[in-house]
Design a binder for this molecule. Structure first.
Ligand SMILES: Nc1nc2c(c(=O)[nH]1)N[C@H]1C(S)=C(S)[C@@H](COP(=O)(O)OP(=O)(O)OC[C@H]3O[C@@H](n4cnc5c(=O)[nH]c(N)nc54)[C@H](O)[C@@H]3O)O[C@H]1N2
Ligand SMILES: Nc1nc2c(c(=O)[nH]1)N[C@H]1C(S)=C(S)[C@@H](COP(=O)(O)OP(=O)(O)OC[C@H]3O[C@@H](n4cnc5c(=O)[nH]c(N)nc54)[C@H](O)[C@@H]3O)O[C@H]1N2
Ligand SMILES: [Mo]
Length: 647
């Protein structure tokens, strides 16, 4: 790294075993974030209608005092620790969960309330987990409701190479994405109907290829088989908009090239039928690749001190409503926070600490969260910038960027057995790295024994002891990574009884259909005359990370204004032309923004990105309808309307 933006140049490291030198637009321009004049420099304490700059020491004391006062007055569960996406799912998560539970609150809640964990849950319940891409072995990849060419550009390098070397690629996405452009077969499915397609593929496998799950067929295979055989392919395909002949082409391609692998994405889980859809897809996967490895790969680390001595805790928020989600993730479900805060049920929630997240732009129904957060006695935000979420806080604590942070990351979770470091390479002189914030907060709360380290090097030395890898090893390699031996996975699937659960008793206990039945995919409502389009909010764009990177002039220049994308034919029909302003509305709200025409979007679809203050996608999304197993909100496949407001 040398000096883009204020003299900093960031480049990929060809020696890094995961990135192999690849760097995305956001990473390349992060120097502009590091040196942004808008970064928070001093902690800010709300004094009536204005902010007062205070010292870091005073900010820490205030934070600890307020959290403790809340615990004393309303019980430990009245305090919520929330971790956003910018802190990823790395070592820091363990520290933060540990601090929350050590403090006595069950309410450690993360962005996992609306990211990735509905998929994880669907796979876990069915076949024990999500297998990683094993390109040496698989002959077909199905990319389903995901767009890795944009959203996981680093992994797209390996995907492209596999395609060049003969692997078949099937992409299932309403839009003709950059990933779809690479595909041998793209099924531009009607949004929200993916579960039906998965069942049609299972039926095709049984009837046309005589594929069954092998000698130990799994829980409820006969029921699954009976279910798909009782419905016709045209009936299953009807909601998907896919023609029977096109389906046969795709299915023949897939089943002539086994083993196959499926990668799912946000396109599937941010819907009211998300987990059941993913369960149908996971069931299909067991036929595509009976050898798939679903056990997670990660290097065990030394436990954090005191992990066995947490105080007795209440149930986290959302556990009563979505027990499988809360139990499997070991977290509360953040979609139930507003209701809990506003009603004091099941108990009062009075304080919130937000670390590295911007929920007032990224959670559904922004107005409801605003109202709930306003009712809190105390709210603190630890961030780089004065975000919309920070603006509503009582205390804002400046964070340091990842360029200033020491952090451990285990790529095993993504199927690549390497341990790596994020190393501090710059120092802005203001803002604290996350470990420092958490360690010093633990001290200030009188909980120093939980995170008893001066700095993260000491903590990582403790964590790595006995792993066979030392911190010095990690620092010594040019890539700051060290590979480890892949644990030999046991025989069978990674479920408690090693079998696939086509039929899930765990799901049945929650009152949901134990099989992913066609009925379980039905959306509470679909498109109609009033809301004739399918809207996808939040499709990823290369230059932004959710609400982030707006402070980078280079990123901002590539996409300066929010707009909704639609097909030209649909626009012409509605009298919408180039340069017009439009209003997009759902049953939950409306926003005004620009419009752009794209042949990538189906004529009955709309799509827009999230994270904009000027046109906040989450004024269009609601909290009334949440996935029945995960509690995930409805952000894709949303019935919507568009109209011209001005030229
Ligand atoms: N540049 C950039 N990259 C990112 C991020 C970012 O903000 N910016 N965010 C990161 C994060 S946190 C995440 S979770 C990932 C998400 O990564 P992905 O899930 O891979 O990407 P998305 O663009 O969110 O959505 C994938 C696709 O879902 C499709 N889709 C919408 N509705 C449906 C449907 O009903 N059925 C089907 N089959 N497809 C549908 C959309 O057309 C879109 O192409 O991206 C990560 N990568
Ligand atoms: N409508 C709609 N909404 C969505 C989605 C969608 O597809 N559609 N996607 C959902 C998904 S998958 C996700 S993951 C969420 C993401 O939701 P959030 O986690 O809220 O994501 P960001 O907007 O990236 O917010 C991250 C915050 O962390 C700050 N930050 C960056 N680096 C650091 C750091 O090193 N330390 C600290 N302390 N702070 C830092 C940034 O300034 C920013 O304010 O959005 C969700 N919301
Ligand atoms: Mo995400």
């Amino acid at each position: 790294m040398q000096g883009n933006g204020a003299g900093i140049r960031i480049s990929g490291n060809p020696q890094h075993p995961i990135s192999r030198g690849f760097i995305c637009l956001r990473g390349k321009n992060f120097g502009e974030i590091f040196s942004s004049p808008h970064r928070l420099r001093w902690p800010l304490l709300r004094k009536g209608s204005r902010w007062q700059e205070i010292s870091y020491a005073d900010a820490l004391t205030t934070l600890a005092d307020r959290l403790q006062r809340c615990r004393q007055q309303h019980g430990p569960e009245s305090v919520v620790f929330y971790k956003g996406e910018s802190l990823k799912h790395q070592e820091i998560s363990h520290y933060m969960r540990h601090l929350a539970h050590g403090f006595g609150t069950p309410n450690y809640i993360t962005v996992g309330s609306l990211c990735h964990f509905a998929m994880t849950l669907g796979f876990k319940l069915t076949c024990g987990g999500m297998p990683a891409a094993d390109y040496a072995r698989i002959k077909t990849a199905i990319i389903w409701g995901a767009n890795p060419a944009v959203a996981l550009a680093r992994s797209a390098v390996a995907l492209k190479k596999a395609v060049q070397e003969g692997m078949k690629l099937v992409v299932i996405d309403p839009s003709t994405t950059k990933t779809a452009e690479l595909a041998d077969c793209h099924l531009a499915i009607t949004p929200g109907s993916d579960g039906y397609l998965a069942l049609a593929l299972i039926k095709f496998a049984i009837e046309n290829r005589h594929i069954t799950p092998g000698p130990v067929p799994g829980q409820g295979w006969d029921a699954m088989k009976g279910m798909v055989l009782a419905v016709s392919i045209p009936d299953l395909l009807h909601p998907t908009g896919i023609e029977v002949s096109r389906f046969h082409q795709a299915a023949s391609l897939i089943f002539a090239n086994l083993p196959g692998w499926v990668q799912t994405g946000s396109g599937l889980e941010l819907q009211p039928n998300g987990v059941q859809t993913v369960r149908a897809i996971a069931s299909l996967l067991t036929l595509l690749d009976p050898e798939a490895v679903t056990a997670p790969l990660a290097l065990p680390l030394t436990a954090l001190p005191g992990i066995d001595r947490y105080p007795a805790m209440a149930e986290p928020i959302g556990k009563a409503e979505r027990p499988l989600f809360a139990a499997n993730l070991g977290q509360g479900q953040g979609m139930y926070l507003p209701q809990a805060i506003l009603s004091d049920q099941p108990y009062p929630i009075r304080a919130l600490l937000v670390v590295g997240g911007n929920p007032l732009l990224t959670f559904p129904n922004t107005a409801m969260y605003q109202k709930a957060f306003k009712k809190l006695d105390f709210m603190a935000v630890f961030d780089l910038f004065m975000t919309p979420t920070a603006q509503q806080a009582d205390l804002v604590f400046p964070a340091a960027t990842f360029l200033e942070n020491l952090e451990l990351i285990d790529y095993g979770r993504m199927g690549q057995p390497h341990l790596g470091l994020i190393r501090p390479v710059l120092d802005s002189g203001f803002g604290w790295p996350t470990w420092k914030f958490l360690f010093r907060l633990a001290d200030a709360l009188g909980l120093g024994a939980l995170l008893p380290w001066q700095d993260n090097s000491d903590a990582l030395t403790h964590r790595l002891a006995g792993s066979g890898i030392t911190l010095a090893d990690l620092f010594a390699t040019p890539s700051s990574t060290v590979g480890y031996q892949r644990e030999k996975p046991g025989d069978g699937w990674n479920t408690p009884d090693k079998r696939v659960h086509y039929f899930s008793q765990a799901v049945e206990k929650t009152g949901n259909p134990p099989l992913p039945t066609p009925d379980s995919f039905r959306l509470p409502y679909g498109t109609d005359q009033e809301f004739p389009f399918w809207l996808s909010t939040g499709d990823r764009v290369p230059c932004y990370q959710h609400s982030q990177l707006r402070e980078s002039p280079t990123c901002k220049a590539t996409l300066p204004e929010p707009f909704v994308e639609m097909h030209l034919d649909a626009a012409s029909r509605l009298g919408i032309g180039e340069g017009d302003r439009v209003r997009v509305a759902t049953r939950d709200g409306s926003i005004d923004l620009g419009v752009s025409f794209s042949a990538e979007v189906r004529p009955d679809c709309l799509r827009l990105t999230h994270g904009w203050v000027a046109a906040n996608a989450n004024e269009l999304t609601g909290l009334d309808i949440l996935d029945s197993l995960s509690g995930f909100p409805w952000m894709r496949a949303l019935p919507a309307r568009i109209e011209r407001t001005s030229g």
